[in-house]
Design a protein around this ligand. Structure first.
Ligand SMILES: *[C@@H]1O[C@H](CO)[C@@H](O)[C@H](O)[C@H]1NC(C)=O
Ligand SMILES: *[C@@H]1O[C@H](CO)[C@@H](O)[C@H](O)[C@H]1NC(C)=O
Ligand SMILES: *[C@@H]1O[C@H](CO)[C@@H](O)[C@H](O)[C@H]1NC(C)=O
Ligand SMILES: *[C@@H]1O[C@H](CO)[C@@H](O)[C@H](O)[C@H]1NC(C)=O
Ligand SMILES: *[C@@H]1O[C@H](CO)[C@@H](O)[C@H](O)[C@H]1NC(C)=O
Ligand SMILES: *[C@@H]1O[C@H](CO)[C@@H](O)[C@H](O)[C@H]1NC(C)=O
Ligand SMILES: *[C@@H]1O[C@H](CO)[C@@H](O)[C@H](O)[C@H]1NC(C)=O
Ligand SMILES: *[C@@H]1O[C@H](CO)[C@@H](O)[C@H](O)[C@H]1NC(C)=O
Ligand SMILES: *[C@@H]1O[C@H](CO)[C@@H](O)[C@H](O)[C@H]1NC(C)=O
Ligand SMILES: *[C@@H]1O[C@H](CO)[C@@H](O)[C@H](O)[C@H]1NC(C)=O
Length: 847
């Protein structure tokens, strides 16, 4: 309570006693002043003798009868005396919250007929409720929370048919929730949390939107929510509910907290609509088996906690589509395998808890800038903790890497951060709980190594860190000297981190000029990572060409005017640098007129960057859906100085390309490229990401497929979605987790992707997102296949090209696309067969 009250209360007290004398007996003013006097009030500001002008008091139009009285936080204490408030028979709203009231007067229940709003929350009332609560037939809001009410909730509550909000939270109510409560048909918010209620929950409230039953002893099965069509908040955390999480969940649901019960299963049917869900907590249950992997529907989810259940061994769930996620807790969920790098796409993540699992492999360089809490302790992770995690995340407050097999070299480690991150854990050694890791820290001093190897107490590790801190500072200085040649003022010293809209990546490079760029055909050029930085303005977003599922692609111009497209490869691969170099060199030798040549690479720390020949005329996606040819989505051509040098570029008009002949030429070219990769390369190359944005047009408008053969370099970790390609191009077998692993390497994936591209070429429609109203289909493949099947394929033809060639050929080509997109991989033709089919229909040159 504010001390200001104290100062004024003496004055007010004097004033009040003056006023009290004026109150006529048996008026509302009299009852109220009597009440205040007997409850030892710190007074509301009383300024005149009329009760209606007292602060907190409101009267009706007669100017005599009190209809509202608010005396919250005035230090009222003791029992409410009879013949005071209970006599205010016109009272509609009474707020006595935040006082020290211990008992209610019996005449208070007589207020029934008029009272609409009663707030007694935060007092010390030790009483039970009697059936006469039913007298409050007009009550709309009843807040008795945070008191000492005990006993059962009386059945009389069923008479309160106007009740909209009932808050009995934080009392000592016990026994069953009366069945009759469902007669309170107006209830919108019901809060019975933190009591000792037992039994099961009667549920048939059409209009209930807020239901909190948390922290009671409610037993039985999941409350049946089928009647709760408007429910937005449901909290049954901390009860004894068991069996399955099941039933009807309506689309309005935003917050669902089922944590800390004894649920053992989740049975989600189609009646489970997660489309509005923002908060989901099913932690601390007995859930077994594997958890639902498809959270895709819950695209608004911000908070997801599945921790501490009894799941059986399972791979990391596919959740990187949950772009709104801020809190992810998968602690103790029996996760195995790697932490997928795609987790970086959760750019809004603030808390990530993956502790107490069996995750293995490296810690990916995830750079979610908002990350504040990171706990990956007690897993089986190995390798070095990416230093940007420790140093570059501005909001990081707490991290825990304990109980793994990790090494670290935290060169800018602040002791203060260390302290704040591991507060209160003096007894154990949080960072270096496994003494094995000490020798692998690159410290030259043998004595220290030995001492640390023996050391188990945190003191020793702290000494080690102080030491490292200074050792690293020293070497930092010498790097700074070495790299004077790199002129960029900012970013003189790595690691370098970069962001795009969908991902973030880090080149853990200290001296950019010391990291070579390998150019296969021009080995003498001696480019370095510093040249890549310069060529792209530090990988500026303005130079982004596209963001594929294998990583972002930038455009740059290297010294000498060499234009390159640089693909920064997402990495989940366990290959060593040598293996990656060998693989990229192999891919560099794969040459075909319809493939974009890989011209070189750069291994910048852990980050692998592939360099491709730059394709002047953009990609097929731009051509078909986005922009006129020759203009690319993410760049401003007006500022390019080299524009004049590109004499070779054909002057393309949209007329030239919106012909059946041109579209056919693209289809055939790409079919040839894929046939070559599938049948002409040993080992066979499966592209896995065939889509319009990976098809480029070179200076002579020849189509060229790009980014082939990367799956080894990028990693073929099957629990990662890298294998499943881009939305709209994913064949059905990859959406089925049971079949995904066995079909991931099959060339039939590419055949499907090619089929989608072929549909795009002929229909001019996007694989996803275009409207298909006439058929109620949601994607191009379903829509076009349905038309072909019904012998109506001519309806699918892009009106822009219909007149430019033989419609019969276009329908024929649609049938090829139909075959390519067959559900069963075995029914799809081979790329060789497709080349044959497309060649047979080669449109005659008209010009
Ligand atoms: C009752 O009073 C408390 C304390 O003043 C307040 O926080 C609460 O919102 C009130 N309850 C209702 C239902 O208005
Ligand atoms: C009920 O009261 C508690 C404690 O006063 C409060 O925290 C809670 O928000 C209230 N519930 C509703 C629905 O107003
Ligand atoms: C439920 O809510 C709707 C819309 O707010 C209202 O029209 C209806 O009267 C309510 N039903 C009851 C029983 O209060
Ligand atoms: C559910 O209730 C519990 C206990 O009353 C509380 O700790 C938790 O924060 C509530 N959950 C939500 C989402 O409000
Ligand atoms: C879920 O509800 C939303 C909104 O009512 C609706 O658009 C969507 O189709 C529903 N989803 C499912 C899977 O039923
Ligand atoms: C994760 O959830 C568990 C169980 O609810 C909890 O104990 C733990 O504190 C949570 N972790 C974080 C970082 O919130
Ligand atoms: C930990 O990972 C290593 C390989 O990184 C593996 O050999 C070992 O079996 C794993 N241990 C456990 C307990 O999973
Ligand atoms: C820890 O990792 C290193 C290599 O990083 C490995 O040689 C060693 O066997 C691992 N130790 C354990 C206990 O897994
Ligand atoms: C680290 O924490 C301890 C205890 O909490 C405190 O005494 C000490 O001053 C802290 N040191 C730094 C550098 O913040
Ligand atoms: C870090 O994790 C370990 C093991 O999981 C635990 O013992 C330790 O208390 C944690 N430290 C902090 C600061 O939470």
């Amino acid at each position: 309570m504010g001390s200001g009250y104290l100062a004024s209360s003496i004055f007010l007290l004097l004033l009040l006693f003056k006023c009290l004398a004026f109150q006529q007996p048996n008026t509302d003013g009299f009852f109220l002043s009597d009440f205040l006097e007997k409850m030892g009030a710190k007074l509301p500001s009383v300024t005149s003798s009329s009760v209606c002008s007292w602060s907190g008091v409101s009267c009706d139009s007669t100017g005599v009868d009190v209809i509202g009285f608010a005396a919250s936080g005035l230090g009222l204490s003791g029992s409410i005396p009879e013949n005071t408030i209970g006599k205010l028979n016109k009272l509609q709203a009474l707020d006595l919250s935040m006082n020290h009231i211990t008992k209610l007067s019996s005449d208070l229940w007589g207020l029934g007929s008029s009272l609409k709003n009663l707030n007694l929350s935060m007092n010390r009332i030790q009483d039970s409720l009697l059936n006469n609560i039913g007298n409050f037939g007009n009550l709309e809001i009843l807040d008795l929370s945070q008191n000492g009410f005990f006993g059962e909730i009386p059945a009389g509550i069923s008479s309160m048919s106007n009740l909209r909000l009932l808050n009995l939270s934080r009392n000592a109510f016990e026994g069953k929730i009366p069945e009759g409560i469902t007669d309170c048909k107006s209830l919108v918010a019901l809060d019975l949390s933190v009591n000792k209620l037992s039994g099961s929950f009667p549920s048939a409230f059409k209009n209930l939107s807020f239901l909190d039953l948390s922290s009671n002893q409610i037993q039985g099965a999941m409350p049946d929510l089928s009647g709760l069509e408007s429910i937005t908040y449901l909290n049954v955390s901390g009860n004894l509910l068991q069996d399955s999480i099941t039933g009807v969940f309506h689309a309005a649901l935003k917050v669902l907290d089922l944590s800390n019960n004894q649920f053992s299963q989740i049975k989600l049917g189609s009646s489970f609509n997660l489309s509005s869900l923002v908060y989901l907590d099913i932690s601390r249950n007995h859930l077994n088996g594997q958890f639902l992997s498809n959270f895709g529907q819950a695209s608004l989810l911000k908070h997801l906690n599945l921790a501490k259940n009894r799941f059986s061994h399972q791979k990391f769930p596919q959740i990187h589509d949950l772009h709104m996620l801020e809190y992810l807790n998968l602690s103790e969920t029996s996760l195995t395998g790697n932490i997928p790098t795609k987790i970086s796409q959760l750019v809004g993540l603030k808390t990530l808890d993956l502790s107490h699992n069996q995750l293995s492999g490296k810690v990916p360089q995830f750079m979610m800038v908002k990350l504040t809490i990171l706990d990956i302790s007690s897993n089986n992770l190995s390798g070095e903790i990416p230093s940007p995690l420790l140093e570059k995340l501005p909001h990081m407050e707490m991290f825990n890497f304990s109980n793994n097999n990790l090494t670290f070299c935290a060169k800018k480690f602040s002791l203060q951060r260390f302290n704040s991150s591991f507060m209160g854990s003096q007894n154990s050694c949080p960072l270096a709980a496994n003494p094995d890791i000490i020798p692998s820290i690159k410290v030259k001093h043998k004595g220290l190594k030995l001492a640390l190897a023996i050391a188990l107490s945190v003191t020793f590790v702290l000494v080690g860190i102080v030491f490292l801190y200074f050792a690293c500072r020293k070497s930092t200085r010498s790097w700074a000297v070495k790299q004077l040649s790199y002129k960029e003022e900012q970013n003189v010293e790595g690691p370098y981190s970069f962001r795009t809209d969908s991902t973030a990546w880090v080149a853990d490079v200290r001296v950019a000029t010391s990291v070579p760029v390998v150019m296969f055909e021009k080995p003498l050029l001696n480019f370095t990572f510093a040249d890549l930085l310069a060529a792209t303005g530090n990988f500026d977003r303005g130079t982004l060409l596209s963001e594929g599922s294998f990583g972002p692609v930038y455009r740059g111009i290297l010294p000498g005017g060499i234009q390159v497209a640089m693909k920064v490869l997402a990495h989940g691969s366990a290959l060593t640098d040598q293996d990656v170099a060998r693989e990229l060199e192999r891919l560099g030798r794969i040459k075909h007129p319809n493939l974009v040549p890989l011209t070189g690479y750069c291994l910048a720390g852990d980050q692998r960057i592939a360099l491709y020949e730059y394709m002047e005329n953009g990609n097929l996606q731009n051509l078909l859906h986005d922009l006129p040819l020759g203009v690319q989505t993410t760049e401003d051509w007006s500022t390019d100085t080299w524009e004049n040098e590109t004499n070779g570029v054909q002057n393309i008009t949209t007329e030239g390309v919106t012909t059946w002949r041109f579209r056919h030429r693209i289809a055939l070219g790409i079919a040839r490229a894929l046939a070559f990769l599938h049948h002409g390369c040993f080992p066979q190359v499966v592209h896995r990401d065939v889509k319009a944005s990976n098809i480029y047009l070179d200076s002579s408008l020849e189509p060229r497929l790009s980014h082939f053969g990367l799956e080894k370099v990028v990693g073929n970790d099957l629990d990662d979605e890298l294998t499943t390609g881009s939305p709209g191009y994913i064949p059905p077998e990859l959406s089925d987790p049971e079949k995904a692993s066995s079909s991931a390497g099959s060339p039939k994936i590419d055949v499907f992707g090619f089929g989608v591209v072929l549909f795009e070429l002929i229909t001019g429609r996007k694989p996803l997102g275009d409207q298909y109203p006439e058929e109620k289909k949601t994607n191009l493949v379903d829509w076009a296949r349905a038309l072909v099947k019904k012998n109506q394929s001519s309806l699918a033809i892009d009106p822009k090209i219909r007149e430019t060639g033989s419609e019969k050929q276009m329908e024929e080509a649609l049938r090829i696309a139909y075959l390519c997109t067959a559900d069963l991989p075995s029914k799809r033709p081979s790329m060789q067969q497709i080349v044959g089919l497309l060649k047979d229909m080669e449109p005659v040159a008209k010009d």
